[in-house]
Design a protein around this ligand. Sequence first.
Ligand code: FES
Length: 112
Amino acid sequence: MGGIAALARSVQITLTRGDKTVDVDAAEGSRIFQVALDQGLEIPAACGGNKVCGGCHCYVEPFIEPKDKEGEADVLEDLWEDDQIKSNSRLGCQITVTADMAGTKFEFPLEE
Ligand code: FES
């Protein structure tokens, strides 16, 4: 029997912004900020996912370590107040959905 190769699997995650929370079956390989936009969450992702604007800031539970910790921190500090940046802050445009992310929660804070 032949198999169907390379079909993207989906991973269930939870996204929150303000009073809106959605459980999503996100396709592996997609980026979190794009998944959120596709769900109608109004993420101010002005740079289109290029790690410049900081608008895709989200809290990640459980935390996913960034590849470029300092680069992300610099972008976050430019746009967000110190008390809005937490130990689990990430840029949603720099997180790609992977199979081991099932059950992960992403909360996008509102700008002050
Ligand atoms: S969308 Fe601009 S930094 Fe992520």
